[in-house]
Design a protein around this ligand. Structure first.
Ligand code: NAI
Length: 266
């Protein structure tokens, strides 16, 4: 694994779950980290503690860390996010598009606002951040890296989560298209595709019974950890992956291997 000594990294949605693990992982590998977070007023208090904990861990490594509140779905917020990131940690080499959300609902009943919101945060937000990062990389001739946090659901249809699966399917094409468009500029764009991971986005994460049901469905018999996702993201961002672009690395305990075909049913 390459070292991230003196690399500048921005992680969106980094106050919880996988984003937090990614920010912590990069910090431990020597990177300066900009931690983006977004929440409503009540959630912000909770988020703040988690963000400060994350920041404390990074500072213990003797690195720079800044917190930047921003809604990644809003263009003006993203513009400010990048300004504050650049002034806060002094540059940008790696963008991790991690922020995401999901709203469950039967497709014939879901509110259009909910559908739009999933696309706005998961896909538009990732694009707005990628656009800013690429502008910065081109301007300063940086061989930058973008890692999109997609999902197994960029491949696997998930009834009841239409907006989410559409956003992640779009993310796959965004990853591939941007990778091709900027390959000659030595800018690499890849994605991680987590399987079921115990984080706040999933109701089952704190419900023991539901969690073991989910684990049972996974070929390897357990859910993933945020740290396992962070290690994969860091690999794709590292020089060890210098010849990899436009790919999605699934970290899913075998979930994309058609688990229902594991047993012979004939
Ligand atoms: P999480 O709920 O802990 O993290 C999502 C983060 O995105 C939160 O910190 C939230 O505040 C932030 N966020 C939401 N809306 C935002 C906005 N408008 N602007 C900025 N930040 C915003 O859940 P988790 O699992 O850590 O999710 C991180 C990413 O991983 C998401 O993109 C999710 O789709 C993806 N993922 C998660 C899986 C899982 O099983 N946990 C599986 C596959 C993908």
């Amino acid at each position: 694994m390459g070292s991230f000594e003196d690399k500048n990294v921005l992680v969106t949605g980094a106050s919880t779950g996988i984003g937090r693990a990614i920010a912590r992982h990069f910090g431990r590998q020597g990177a300066n980290v900009a931690i983006n977070y977004y929440s409503n007023r009540e959630e912000a208090e909770e988020t703040k503690q988690q963000v400060l904990e994350t920041c404390k861990q990074i500072e213990e490594c003797g690195r720079k860390a800044v917190l930047v509140q921003a809604d990644v779905s809003k263009e003006e917020d993203v513009d400010r996010l990048f300004k504050e990131t650049l002034s806060g940690i002094g540059g940008l080499d790696i963008l991790i598009n991690n922020a995401g959300m999901q709203i469950e609902g039967a497709s014939h009943e879901i509110d259009i606002e909910d559908f739009d919101q999933m696309l706005a945060v998961n896909l538009r937000g990732a694009f707005l951040c990628a656009r800013q990062a690429i502008r910065h990389f081109l301007k300063h001739k940086i061989s930058g890296v973008i890692i999109n946090n997609s999902s197994v659901h960029q491949e696997i249809p998930r009834p009841g989560y239409l907006g989410y699966t559409v956003s992640k399917g779009g993310m796959e094409n965004m990853t591939r298209t941007l990778a091709l468009e900027y390959a000659r500029d030595q800018i690499r764009i890849n994605a991680i595709g987590p399987g079921a991971t115990a984080t706040p986005i999933n109701d089952w994460a704190t419900d023991e019974e539901a969690r073991s049901k989910v684990a049972n469905f996974i070929p390897m018999g357990r859910v993933g950890t945020p740290e396992e996702m962070a290690i994969a993201a860091a690999f794709l961002a590292s020089d060890d992956a210098a010849y990899i672009t436009g790919q999605t690395l699934f970290i899913d305990g075998g979930l994309t291997l058609y688990p229902s075909f594991r047993d012979d049913v004939t």
